[in-house]
Write a protein that binds this ligand. Sequence first.
Ligand code: AMP
Ligand code: GLY
Length: 424
Amino acid sequence: MNVLLVGRGGREHSIAMKLYESEQVDQLYAAPGNGGISDIAVCTDLDEMDIDGLLTFAVEKAIDLTIVGPENPLVAGIADKFHKAGMRIFAPTKQAAMLEGSKRYAKEFMQKYGIPTASYASFTHAADAKAYISQIGVPVVVKADGLAGGKGVVVAHAIDEAYRAVERFLAADHNQGSTSSIVIEECLEGPELSLMAFVHGSNVYPMLPARDYKRAFDHDKGPNTGGMGAYAPVEDVSAETLERITNTVLQKAADGMKKEGHPFTGILYAGLMMTEEGPKVIEFNARFGDPETEVVLPLLKNDLLQVLLDVLDGKDPQLSWEPKHCAGVVLASAGYPEAYEKGILLPDLTPEDSVIIVHAGTRITADGLVSDGGRVLLAGSRGDTLTEAINGVYGWLERRHIQPERFFYRRDIGQIVLAEDSAV
Ligand code: AMP
Ligand code: GLY
């Protein structure tokens, strides 16, 4: 079979590695891919958002299945275009992707179907939003309605800070010419958990639970990022709780979208806070999480292509998992998530022992492999215990002798940390 993978990050490299193991994949193409993906797939220089270009490419290359990594093409309607052309794609339609594409839509949907989440109100006018904030007080969470690449959430501990977020998000929306909307949410407390599932209509097949680390620095300090590390499975959450989340969140969401006339096909990702009142949803994503995918897929025993085909055919893919642990630590460019330099030569990336190197922002040049993004790579490792997996990654990273003026990584992946200060 010919497969086209859309995307260029660590998540996509991890999906590509898993597809590479499949005997059913004859040719794997990636658009646009990265320095790691190009070792195992044919990369084509098409942007993720060039949906017409991707469709033409898929038709030309007789692609049997297209898999989409990032959210933007989903929200832009890549699945709808492929369906219209009779091409198979494992992705939600534009309407179904609204679960991720609009925070307001997601909140209204959760309320309608009784899915546990933080209480909220949505606003289009700054004055109303501020009046509401002054009434409920801080801490409070302010969220931009649309896709913001991880930059649309502020957990404010001071009224001023919340007001500033309101102004900033509404102004940004105005600049893009879109309808301005923000969501103001109750601030939840507790450890976070990510649970992803393969979904097709009412069929929901959950993966192993994972925990990611969104803040830039140790002990959850610093700004939010695209993710600085992750591990799976998460042992402090019982099998019973996972079943409860599957039933009260994922299954309800799948059934609800079907009732809405927008059945969901693809990866449904629930970002949850384990509060004293039970698990509550902080966000839905309509795609594989990054970096969760990089620590979950290495534990999947099944052939990933077969899983996706089974799910699309309405068959139970019979998911089976290694009884192991996987941890991943992101190596980022100094300065990330603010300004950083690109094109810096990377240290020797030869994997040792059980270490898996997942490329995120890398590029091959005549001088060798160089950095090409804020998150450069993820070093992952499997182990019989979480400690073994973590030690495997940190041992490997220490032997790279990373220069702090060039790259950095968090040293506390695997520990439970509760966010305290604000995320900007
Ligand atoms: P999101 O983009 O919705 O995943 O939010 C990014 C991060 O902001 C989450 O991972 C949480 O750490 C934090 N966050 C989002 N919503 C809430 C909430 N209601 N209460 C506390 N923290 C939140
Ligand atoms: N790890 C969070 C996300 O993929 O959005």
